[in-house]
Write a protein that binds this ligand. Structure first.
Ligand SMILES: Cc1cc2nc3c(=O)[nH]c(=O)nc-3n(C[C@H](O)[C@H](O)[C@H](O)COP(=O)(O)OP(=O)(O)OC[C@H]3O[C@@H](n4cnc5c(N)ncnc54)[C@H](O)[C@@H]3O)c2cc1C
Length: 384
């Protein structure tokens, strides 16, 4: 068995784990990713990476590669049923599929010589010796553990006991990838539901995500299929044209959206949580992956600059990231409430505000305008 005792051990090869791996490797820090799947995940639907995430991708040098195989829309249209509310120009946003984002990150991680062990599902950690045990009975000692194992993080369950189990958010999503000629992001509001569609590449493949508020708990999984009839039943008030693109979707998936409360601390001893393991959020601002990317950049750059003095790294990581993550987590929840208003007066007021005030522009500017590179530099300059 290889000796990884001087490597940073990353549990989970999703967006958080691969981004952290790329940045650490680019600084010459050895990393090993332990991923429970047999290969990098093929699942997931559309994903948008906004300017704040792309700033990190610029540092890794993959923005143009991702843009080439994805789409860069220049406009978002907001509408309520059939009436247009607002057209918003957008800059620096890539719409893609989760599979493509993972593929681009994985290619870069491999190019940098990053190592990954598949079929390695973490089951236990000896927190004092930093030794991880896997379900295949393999055991590896590492220098530090980055837990990037997603919303159902076993690491969080085991070593952050006050953190609480994932809770159903009250929202469920229908997702599919089909064909459409549209070149814009289309945001459709309806009573108690909303639908977002966008192209994910330049050959007419488009993502569909429809969200409803309901009591029935759908499973939290990338893999649970549903029928088009059941989906249409959930969106009865919407124009049926929106669903044409789904006719060409091979599969439609339904997905319960879960949340976990914010953590007081994202680290304990020699374990640090990153991405959904630390702060899963409802997807109404399209920021879960972007926060994972910002987290990963912050931790990895601090580790490189502070010579892997992990106590210092963790303290500063917490300081830089907790306020930002809590803010985006809470704002995403609020956005969910606004997107799913049911009563006619509330709908009228929300639509009026959206149409006649710059509220969307302001919110977007604050979230997308965050520059992880500058924030880390600022925090480090205060140390000296
Ligand atoms: C409907 C929907 C739409 C979304 N749209 C967007 C969007 O447009 N933009 C955006 O920024 N975000 C979006 N998100 C959020 C985004 O998908 C997540 O925030 C992001 O995938 C989190 O990345 P992660 O690496 O932290 O976790 P994950 O992507 O969940 O990766 C975790 C990895 O850990 C592995 N793993 C788990 N347990 C173990 C274990 N015990 N041992 C080893 N490996 C393990 C898993 O196999 C997986 O590979 C959306 C989410 C939803 C639900």
């Amino acid at each position: 068995m290889k000796d990884f005792s001087s490597y940073i051990g990353i549990i989970g090869g999703g967006i958080a784990g691969l981004t952290a791996g790329c940045i650490l490797k680019s600084h010459g820090i050895n990393t090993i990713i332990f991923e429970r799947s047999e290969h990098i995940s093929e699942y997931g639907a559309g994903i948008s990476i906004s300017a704040n995430g792309l700033k990190v991708f610029d540092e890794i040098g993959i923005t143009n590669i991702l843009a080439d195989s994805s789409f860069t829309p220049s406009e978002t249209n907001f509408q309520y049923l059939d009436s247009i509310l607002k057209k918003l120009d957008i800059k620096s946003l890539i719409t893609s599929s989760r599979k493509e984002v993972l593929h681009v990150l994985f290619s870069e991680y491999s190019r940098l010589g990053g190592e990954i062990l598949y079929a390695h599902e973490h089951v236990n950690i000896d927190i004092n010796s930093c030794k991880i045990t896997f379900s295949n009975n393999a055991k590896y000692k590492v220098s530090h553990i980055l837990a990037c194992d997603g919303i159902r993080s076993k690491v969080r369950d085991m070593y952050f006991p006050a953190s609480g189990k994932p809770l159903y958010s009250g929202y469920s999503a229908w997702r599919g990838i089909g064909r459409s000629d549209s070149k814009t992001i289309q945001f459709h509001f309806g009573p108690g539901a909303h639908i977002v569609t966008y192209p994910i590449n330049k050959t007419g493949r488009s993502s569909f995500v429809g969200i409803i508020k309901n009591k029935e708990v759908y499973e939290d999984s990338w893999k649970v299929k549903g029928s088009k009839e059941a989906m249409l039943n959930d969106f009865q008030s919407f124009n049926t044209d929106i669903f044409n693109m789904i006719d060409s979707s091979e599969d439609i998936y339904k997905w319960g959206i879960f949340i976990r409360p914010p953590l007081k601390s994202m680290y304990v001893q020699n374990i640090t949580l990153i991405g959904d393991a630390a702060h899963p959020m409802v997807p109404f601002l399209g920021q879960g992956a972007c926060m994972a990317i910002e987290d990963a950049y912050t931790f990895a750059t601090l580790a490189a600059t502070l010579d892997c003095d992990f106590n210092k790294v963790q303290t500063l990581y917490q300081k830089i990231r907790s306020k930002r993550n809590n803010h985006v987590q809470a704002t995403s929840m609020l956005q969910g409430k606004l997107n799913h208003i049911k009563n006619p007066l509330g709908i009228y007021m929300r639509n009026l505000i959206l149409k006649y005030t710059p509220v969307v522009n302001m919110r977007t500017k604050k979230i997308w305008g965050y520059d992880a590179v500058k924030e880390v530099k600022k925090a480090l300059s205060r140390l000296s």
